[in-house]
Design a protein around this ligand. Structure first.
Ligand SMILES: C[S@@+](CC[C@H](N)C(=O)[O-])C[C@H]1O[C@@H](n2cnc3c(N)ncnc32)[C@H](O)[C@@H]1O
Length: 496
């Protein structure tokens, strides 16, 4: 007993070790989230650097050439205005974000260098944003390497749950909540805790004020590599894919066949007991939302904070369709048909998510698919699993297929659309990064082993986050299939 009358409790060594490890993991996750926020905040500066480079090149031109391009100074001015508008949107998004972690944590925590390096530093944004499917308009792969989710059970599961009644008469109008949940698959609800900050943003006209959220304070932001800021640019392109009228053609190519298939496979959906559908790697959430609109309990799973920050903003905080104008195509001068094409605004969102007729139980669950859905509570929990441009994000695709099979009910369906552009395929020099890269033939064979049988299979041609007006349009010939999980008895009979 200490002199002050307090009882000294000596924790068992193991508990203390576990507590220390948890604190360490949380501190690392805060660091990772801080880096992502910094990447978002670094966007204007990095974009300005690009414009300065364009200006430098322009200045080097001989006068006769300059005279031919006399409109260029005006273009640079317009570019700056577009950057400023994008930055305004980004800042509003950050202000609305309610970090699921205590961002005030002491970041000087002594981090074990091995743990730090192998588990976190290489993945310090926690996530892959464009996941290898996105190409910049210059043709380079954009954000092609996946970073792991920094997921632990306490803090890595972030759910957005829509707990509003959404029948025809009473459409959802209120905010969709963000919350941390300890039990990922459960579609829990809780009181609104989202506290938006009242920070103002320095816009292009110099109207400035200091941030009210401590975690947005510029003085604690990190200087991040340009590659991180590139991920922010990728997110902007993903916004077009999911939430702009311009992305409709791409959504019709990728999401429509999936939605039609779900609609046909679950013809007698009841409001009282809707079928449950999981969308791993849900990106910015449009597919999961459309599935919810179809009358499913829909859960998107996503491990990228880049994505989650943005999807939360669009799902929870947009007030009306067309509320924002962004300029997604300004970051590349390549393959542009005209300056006005490059500088065109894109209005988002194309629909107001909160009044889009969502089925009760719609949620976004943050965390690594493997970690979250390996939980025993997930066994046989889902009527359908939908993977769109997702299965090739795996270190071990066999593990993904095994989990998909395990979490489906007997007779449940797995609908897939996507290529096999394995995200970890080219991680040269990082020997401990595992990557199993199966051919489509082998993927199908593994699926059969885990009790699936094919109901439908075809190839669908599509783009991914492509500028529809670019002179370069990368196309994928994606594998689309519907597989059904055979009932256990059939699987057992089939086993040798
Ligand atoms: C290529 S994107 C596709 C996004 C969306 N399905 C679409 O079609 O637009 C792949 C997504 O999977 C996410 N992702 C990758 N690995 C993941 C994992 N292990 N668990 C959860 N999400 C993951 C990435 O962050 C990314 O948002």
């Amino acid at each position: 007993m200490s002199g002050g009358g307090e009882i000294d409790v000596k924790l068992p060594e193991e508990d203390e070790e576990r507590r220390r490890q948890r604190k360490l993991e949380e501190a690392l996750e805060v660091k990772s989230l801080r880096r992502i926020i910094s990447a978002y905040l670094n966007y204007p500066e990095a974009a300005e650097e690009d414009v300065k480079r364009y200006e430098q090149s322009f200045r080097k031109l001989p006068p006769s050439h300059k005279a031919l391009l006399s409109h260029y100074p005006l273009k640079f001015k317009k570019l700056r205005r577009c950057i400023s508008m994008n930055s305004y949107f980004i800042f509003a998004m950050l202000q609305a974000f309610d970090p699921p972690l205590d961002m005030s944590q002491d970041m000087d925590i002594c981090v074990d260098s091995h743990v730090s390096h192998t588990q976190y530093d290489n993945q310090s944004d926690g996530m892959n944003v464009c996941s290898g499917h996105s190409t910049s308009s210059s043709g380079r792969m954009c954000c092609s390497k996946a970073d792991h989710a920094n997921c632990n059970e306490q803090s890595k599961v972030v759910e957005t749950a829509n707990e509003m009644t959404t029948n025809e008469e009473e459409e959802a109008e209120g905010p969709i909540e963000y919350k941390t949940a300890s039990c990922p698959g459960k579609l829990e609800n809780r009181e609104e805790t989202n506290q938006s900050c009242s920070n103002d943003f320095t816009d292009s006209n110099g109207n400035a004020s200091s941030p009210a959220c401590d975690w947005l304070d510029p003085s604690i932001q990190l200087n991040v590599p340009l590659a991180d800021v590139d991920k922010v640019r990728c997110i902007i392109r993903n916004i077009v894919r999911d939430w702009a009228a311009e992305g409709k053609t791409e959504r019709d190519q990728c999401y429509k066949p999936i939605l039609e298939e779900l609609d046909a496979l679950f013809p007698n959906r009841s409001k009282e007991s809707p079928p449950a559908c999981l969308v791993p790697g849900a990106g910015l959430g449009r597919l999961a939302l459309e599935i919810s609109r179809l009358g499913f309990i829909s859960q998107g799973n996503e491990f990228s904070y880049y994505m989650m920050i943005c999807s939360s903003f669009i799902l929870n905080h947009t007030q009306t369709a067309g509320e924002w104008n962004i300029y997604p195509w300004i970051h590349s001068n390549c393959n542009s048909l005209s300056d006005s094409d490059q500088l065109r605004p894109v209005s988002i969102p194309d629909i107001h998510p909160a009044s889009a007729g969502i089925t009760e139980g719609f949620s976004m669950c943050g965390g690594d698919f493997v970690e979250v859905y390996s939980d025993p509570s997930q066994v046989g929990a889902w009527d359908a699993v939908v993977t769109c441009f997702f299965i090739d994000t795996a270190h071990n695709i066999v593990e993904y297929i095994e989990i998909i099979s395990r979490i489906l009910k007997d007779g449940g369906v797995w609908i897939n659309l996507g290529p096999l552009l394995y995200h970890f395929a080219d991680l040269y020099g990082q020997e401990d990064e595992m990557s199993i890269e199966l051919s489509l033939e082998d993927v199908k064979r593994v699926a059969l082993h885990y009790g699936f049988e094919f109901e439908k299979e075809k190839t669908i041609e599509t783009t991914y986050t492509t500028n529809p007006r670019s002179m370069m349009q990368n196309r994928y010939f994606t594998a689309f299939w519907t597989m059904r999980k055979k009932s256990v008895t059939i699987v057992e009979q089939a086993a040798p």
